[in-house]
Design a protein around this ligand. Structure first.
Ligand SMILES: Nc1ncnc2c1ncn2[C@@H]1O[C@H](COP(=O)(O)OP(=O)(O)OP(=O)(O)O)[C@@H](O)[C@H]1O
Ligand SMILES: [Mg+2]
Length: 375
């Protein structure tokens, strides 16, 4: 092994992973590929940071004869944003000039211009904000996608699809999208989003135009035995020894949430030396490293809360209690009022600091929970 390779952290978090950083998920990959090949529309849902985006990109990019139009709708606010994200996606579908020029000419009503980044050389398509913020622009980009998909097989992926709900007149936009997609059988459309957001409202509400319009596919945790093997081999690659029991304890520590597991592994690697044997006693060192990187953000989150909300979080962190209205829990929070507990829960869920899962409330970020219990 090259000396250089051993000094590179073998774990990545906070970004989409592929190649050697991607722990294979053969069953899910096979299913997604089969859906794409058969032109099936699919809703892909799962926990935050569980690995939805990485899985989709890895699976579809590995399909011969099919290209992926990946459209990230995270935090879009206007139809202009929507169209711009579509055009961003277009530049990654196919780098051939004939394809890009065809896309530009099909989307001519948005006044697109094709240019190249002076440093990376990668293509960019910009559009006119004055032309794009209108209902017709949605029709224009969807018609462009339809035409492009007649020329080659394309799997269209809308990631963070639930953010469409934040647009003005989102009901009209969803209806319009649904009707164009409906007449495009043969082209697979994947809609991905996090279960904790409003994603399923779009597909499960019988008033929604997307009601039952796609099969549901759930991305869960990576199966523990294969995740453990992956972690052991990645540590070995990075010149650390870890046994399967310790790797399993790291998976458990992060509640099997893929991104959180990778974050703790990344920090442990960073906090240890070449040739070290990693044990669970290294976890506090890794946590300190994570706190030094993220503590400021955690502190800021706490400053935005009321004292009661903070004591609620602290009680939850310390007890992992399931009964928020028990005498013991309320004593810890410091209130006799069940209404105040209800309000605190509602606000903390809205701030996405906690969420309900399997009948109990949990921290959205296990490292925030650990940070809070040390203070
Ligand atoms: N197959 C995998 N093997 C190893 N690590 C993975 C895998 N999939 C995801 N990860 C880890 O999880 C993190 C989050 O992955 P990804 O962004 O794909 O998840 P997501 O479910 O789309 O998250 P979000 O809810 O934020 O959109 C990655 O940065 C990486 O650390
Ligand atoms: Mg994602």
């Amino acid at each position: 092994m090259f000396e250089k390779e051993r000094n590179v952290n073998p774990f990545k978090y906070g970004c989409v992973v592929d190649g050697e950083f991607f722990c294979p998920r053969p069953k899910l990959e096979r299913q997604l590929k089969a859906f794409a090949r058969s032109g099936q529309n699919v809703v892909i849902q799962g926990e935050r940071r569980i690995g939805k985006t990485s899985l989709i990109k890895h699976s579809i990019s590995g399909l011969r004869g099919m290209r992926m139009l990946y459209i990230d709708l995270y935090c879009i606010h206007t139809l202009f944003d929507f169209c711009r994200r579509v055009m961003n996606g277009i530049t990654e579908v196919n780098e051939k000039m004939t394809f890009l020029k065809k896309a530009v000419s099909l989307a001519h009503t948005l006044r697109p211009t094709l240019s190249f980044d002076p440093i990376t050389g990668s293509p960019q398509i910009s559009i006119d904000a004055r032309e794009a913020d209108r209902p017709e622009s949605l029709q224009a980009v969807m018609a462009m996608i339809k035409k492009l998909a007649e020329g080659e097989r394309i799997c269209v992926v809308f990631d963070e699809f639930q953010d469409i709900l934040d647009l003005d007149r989102s009901d009209v936009i969803l209806a319009e999208l649904r009707s164009t997609i409906q007449f495009q059988s043969g082209t697979p459309f994947f809609f991905s989003g996090s279960v904790r957001n409003d994603m399923m409202k779009i597909f499960d509400d019988d008033q929604s135009p997307f009601f039952k319009s796609a099969v549901t596919f759930t991305v869960g945790a990576i199966e523990k035995p294969s995740f453990v093997r992956f972690i052991v081999s990645r540590f070995r690659k990075g010149d650390r020894l870890v046994d399967e029991e310790t790797a399993g304890a790291l998976v458990d520590y992060a509640d099997s949430v893929t991104g959180d597991v990778q974050e703790i592994c990344e920090a442990i690697w960073d906090a240890t030396e070449a040739g070290d044997t990693v044990t669970v006693s290294d976890i506090p060192k890794a946590l300190n490293l994570i706190f030094s990187r993220e503590g400021e953000g955690f502190g800021e989150a706490v400053r935005q809360l009321t004292p009661l909300q903070v004591s609620f979080l602290r009680a939850l962190a310390e007890t992992d209690s399931q009964s928020m209205f028990s005498e013991e829990f309320m004593r810890r929070v410091g209130t006799n009022n069940t209404g105040s507990i209800r309000t605190a829960i509602k606000r903390l869920v809205a701030k996405r600091l906690i969420y309900q899962y399997g009948g109990r409330y949990r921290f959205a970020n296990p490292f925030f929970k650990a940070w809070l219990s040390t203070r």
